[in-house]
Design a protein around this ligand. Structure first.
Ligand SMILES: NC(=O)c1ccc[n+]([C@@H]2O[C@H](COP(=O)([O-])OP(=O)(O)OC[C@H]3O[C@@H](n4cnc5c(N)ncnc54)[C@H](O)[C@@H]3O)[C@@H](O)[C@H]2O)c1
Length: 288
């Protein structure tokens, strides 16, 4: 072991991260290596993936992988075992925006590809990682990237949102199934995270959207997802399984955004008091 591998929350652990050539997967690979883990980066983009692994040094390996292709995923898991001897953490994170447009126009093959990457990819990652973790006996942590788009109707295109909703349920069913093997399965539901997938180079529009929608005045970065993934990967979350953890600067906390928008409620933040409804009792109000 090198000195950097002897300390840190993930010292001696081995993680496989799909989609780790960019965005939140890359930020997580960097964080995990910093915490003492060895990491396999599995990504469709060979150039960016290899460059990331080269930057991270001997604690990282790259394999070109399409998460929708069973042999590719099986080979990525094999690489973790061959290079580092085991697999403790599987982060099924790779993703694309997928099919978009009116539901009356979407091509069936685009719908299928969206589900292949976002749902079948998580299934295959779970299948092959769980086999190794069951064999190892000590268990492990599987983390799936869903989205706030999977929790409601307004967060993404139809196929993307439906696929991310499927990931939330797959997380629960596999958490139940794999619990007897001490394998925990959890999902992360990111909000607006400033990655190339989200802003497509137009950071100003992304900033404007964030200011409009997100209560917390901070840009969501890949590092924010890496922090949640680190917690789910490590021992501090040892009793957490089947959960979907929302990391969105409180966007979803706003839920049904009605309060404060009607004329009779929009000035309420400048007043304090008590409303008694239609009881006939007078309301009490004081201007601030
Ligand atoms: N950025 C956001 O605001 C946001 C919000 C919610 C959920 N997500 C989800 O987070 C995950 C990571 O996205 P990101 O924002 O970091 O995007 P990103 O584009 O920066 O990174 C995604 C990575 O996945 C890889 N990838 C795509 N298809 C692949 C495939 N078939 N096989 C292997 N690798 C593949 C890409 O090459 C890329 O390196 C995705 O699942 C995405 O849907 C993103």
């Amino acid at each position: 072991m090198t000195p950097s591998q002897t300390s840190g929350q993930l010292a001696g652990r081995v993680a496989l991260i799909t989609g780790a050539a960019s965005g939140m997967g890359l930020a997580t690979a960097e964080r995990f290596v910093g915490e003492g883990a060895s990491v396999v980066i599995a990504d469709f983009n060979a150039e960016a993936g290899q460059a990331a692994a080269d930057r991270l040094g001997p604690a990282a390996r790259f394999t070109r992988c399409d998460v929708a292709v069973e042999d590719d995923v099986a080979a990525a898991v094999e690489l973790a075992k061959d290079a580092f001897g085991r697999l403790d953490v599987m982060f099924n994170n790779a993703g694309i925006g997928g099919a978009f447009g009116p539901i009356t126009e979407i091509e069936a093959e685009d719908w299928d590809r969206t589900f292949e990457v976002l749902v079948k990819g998580v299934f295959l990652g779970t299948k092959y990682a769980a086999r190794v973790m069951i064999e190892q006996v000590e268990g492990g942590s599987i983390i799936n990237t869903s989205s706030i788009a999977g929790q409601n109707g307004g967060g993404g295109p139809q196929a993307y949102s439906a696929a991310k909703a499927a990931v939330i349920n797959l997380t629960k069913t596999t958490a139940l199934e794999l619990a007897p093997h001490s394998i925990r399965v959890n999902a992360i539901c990111p909000g607006i995270i400033f990655t190339p997938l989200m802003h497509s180079g137009d950071e100003a529009s992304a900033e404007a959207l964030m200011e409009k929608m997100q209560p917390l005045p901070k840009r969501g970065e890949g590092a924010d997802i890496a922090g949640a993934a680190l917690w789910l990967a490590g021992d501090d979350s040892a009793f957490v399984s089947g959960e979907s953890i929302t990391v969105d600067g409180a966007i979803s906390a706003a839920g049904t955004r009605v309060f404060g928008l009607m004329d009779n409620t929009k000035n309420l933040h400048r007043m304090v008091g008590m409303a008694h409804g239609t009881t006939g009792q007078p309301a009490k109000a004081r201007r601030l």
